[in-house]
Design a protein. Structure first.
Length: 507
């Protein structure tokens, strides 16, 4: 009996199919000798599993990746002329696998037959890899773990090499390359029960072919899957590709690629920034509200360009790593925003925060904000651009947030920021689809740092909280003295504050 095959290439249909629990990857047609064939490998990995077997096997891969810092993959193995071998060797060395050179030679052979081709050489390569990893053939759990390691290497092999080849010779951000030239262009599913996609009925047993390229109106890349099968190695794949492309991270950018999120306190003048740095914070941000309020100006109204630039010049006199909150760039002309970014970088800024919210409570068009990001990255490639969307503050749907962040990623943003988002489920949904670090605004009523780290957040900003707290402390201290109450807050001494002078300051 001929199997009915349904093809989908519309973004919404493909995303719905990837998330439909009734549609699962085609199971292997056959099993093979344990540890000695591609058929056995396919029957033993998460990629071709469903249900409990998928969850168990996926957890093995997640545990493998959890012990591997993506930053370690930015130092690739020496170039021996074969990009796929170099990809695998870099990953094998980072994972601490035995004889990485031999592993790297065998994996591409397996990759050529991984999706169903019969090849005796690939079967022999599987047997060689199992022998190198050394699991006890009688221990089913150990053999399954070995299969997971091999599957991880195999899936990284061709896909990462294709991404590197597509991105080589240009400076397009990986998110744009993945959208325009996805290394994996199609994937298949089989219906385990009757379902519907895009209004089309799909019967149990039907096959589904999905084309993964995103479209311009719905630009979230699908090459790393969609819930519940989001690839757990997205950060590792992008770090490995960047390393192979020779794209080094700046010291500030590296703070966004650690096991724990970067906690970024926000200062409003030199003394507050210096005091925070003295407490061991590796970087600080500025708060546009604090800068504006200190100058008697409104926040978010493009009124503080001069004050923001002057603060950057003061902070830039010392070794402090800092990023600048520049509202929407103080202009809707991308070239003017890029010129501001250039001047901020010359003053010493390591990053810039650009928001799409406007003073009238609306959002700038996503394409306009993306044009600003692209212009800044073209003018100052080393400046870390944190692209902020105010969708959650304006009560818009999560879909609007995800769509805007995808546009900003593809424009070249190094990180994205969603203030007002504190729901763990919503955060997890975003980190599952993002390719760049997610920045969350700390909320006393929301998740703590440990939970945010588990959700995949890479940067946590304090925003205007410190400035507002300082105002409250100043007023409380003054009224306490007036009203005869005890002064509860221990203030730094005059001499200590005097130490917070910028290098070169006088008088």
């Amino acid at each position: 009996m001929t199997q009915t095959v349904h093809e989908f290439d519309q973004y919404t249909d493909v995303r719905a199919a990837l998330a439909d629990p009734a549609l699962v990857p085609p199971p292997p047609a056959e099993d093979g000798p344990a540890g000695a064939s591609v058929a056995w490998l396919r029957a033993s990995v998460a990629r071709f599993s469903s249900g409990e077997a998928h969850r168990r096997r996926r957890s093995l891969v997640e545990a493998e990746l959890a012990r591997l810092d993506p930053a370690a993959l930015r130092n690739p193995a020496p170039d021996d002329g074969d990009l796929r071998v170099r990809v695998v060797r870099t990953l094998a060395e980072a994972l601490g696998l035995p004889e990485p050179a031999a592993v790297a030679a065998a994996v591409p052979v397996v990759a050529g037959a991984y999706f169903g081709h019969q090849d005796p050489a690939a079967d022999a390569a599987v047997a060689e890899l199992v022998a190198l990893l050394g699991p006890d053939p009688k221990d089913e759990a150990a053999m399954e773990a070995a299969a997971g390691r091999i599957g991880l290497l195999v899936q990284a092999c061709d896909a990462t090499a294709a991404l590197v080849e597509a991105a080589a010779g240009g400076d397009a951000p990986p998110a744009r390359v993945l959208r325009d030239e996805p290394p994996v262009r199609t994937t298949r599913r089989v219906a385990t029960a009757a379902t519907r996609i895009g209004g089309r009925p799909i019967a149990e047993g039907d096959a589904v072919l999905l084309r993964l390229a995103a479209d311009r109106d719905n630009p979230v890349p699908l090459v790393f899957g969609a819930p519940p099968r989001v690839c757990p190695g997205r950060a590792h794949a992008l770090a490995l590709a960047d390393g192979l492309l020779g794209r080094a991270l700046t010291p500030f950018a590296r703070l966004h690629h650690q096991a724990t999120p970067l906690l970024l306190p926000n200062a409003w003048d030199h003394a507050s920034a210096a005091a925070l740095a003295a407490q061991g914070f590796p970087a600080v941000g500025t708060t546009s509200l604090g800068v504006a309020a200190a100058a008697g100006l409104p926040d978010g109204a493009a009124a503080t360009a001069a004050a923001t630039l002057e603060l950057a010049r003061v902070l830039g006199r010392g070794p402090l790593l800092f990023t600048v909150d520049a509202e929407g760039g103080f202009s809707d002309e991308p070239a003017e925003v890029a010129e501001l970014a250039r001047r901020l970088h010359e003053a010493g800024a390591a990053g810039i925060n650009l928001e799409d919210g406007r003073a009238d409570g609306t959002l700038a068009p996503a394409r306009l904000h993306a044009a600003k990001i692209t212009a800044v990255k073209a003018a100052v490639p080393e400046l870390f651009v944190n692209a902020r969307t105010d969708t959650h503050w304006l009560g818009l749907r999560q879909e609007e947030t995800a769509a805007r962040l995808a546009v900003y990623e593809q424009a070249g943003a190094d990180g994205v920021f969603v203030p007002g988002l504190s729901d763990p489920e919503g955060i997890a949904e975003l980190t599952a689809s993002l390719l760049v670090p997610l920045n969350i605004l700390y909320s006393p009523a929301g998740p703590g740092l440990a939970e945010l780290a588990e959700l995949g957040v890479r940067r946590v900003s304090l925003g205007s909280l410190l400035y507002r707290t300082a105002l409250a402390a100043a007023v409380d201290t003054a009224t306490a003295v007036r009203d005869g109450r005890p002064v509860g807050l221990a203030a730094p001494s005059y001499a200590q504050v005097q130490e917070f002078q910028a290098p070169g300051a006088s008088g």
